[in-house]
Design a protein. Sequence first.
Length: 147
Amino acid sequence: MDVYTTGEFSRSTRFYWMFTTGAGMAVLIAAVMGLIVGVVVVAQTIYATTMDHLREYGTLKAMGASNRYLYRVIIQQAVISAVIGYVLAMVVSWFVVRGSAAGGAAILLPWPLAAGMLGVALLMCIGASVVSINKVTRLDPAMVFKG
């Protein structure tokens, strides 16, 4: 027999379900896969947008725009993508959390977790924009004047 405080019992139970059973590992693997897929999708989206506007970036470079300015433009696009995606996800999450309250296992979404997810979304999108930043950095401004 063991005697636990409420906090110790809670921590022990969470550890058991997350790491001892297959259910917790499945959730962790799904979360990591979701993060990887999210980064790839955002990177492709921002890269496609960058490629569509490559001539405009070249024009900005030809007019004397610094790389720092171009980085800021691309990162702002990434932040806008993150915020839009986060808001849409929170709307869906609100309905899921509210709908689960009537079931046997309620899903909780405390505000620190929701704020942390915003941070993860921002980091994911800014990290994904590195590919586009790399492309714009190597851009030759003279390409604007070629055919």
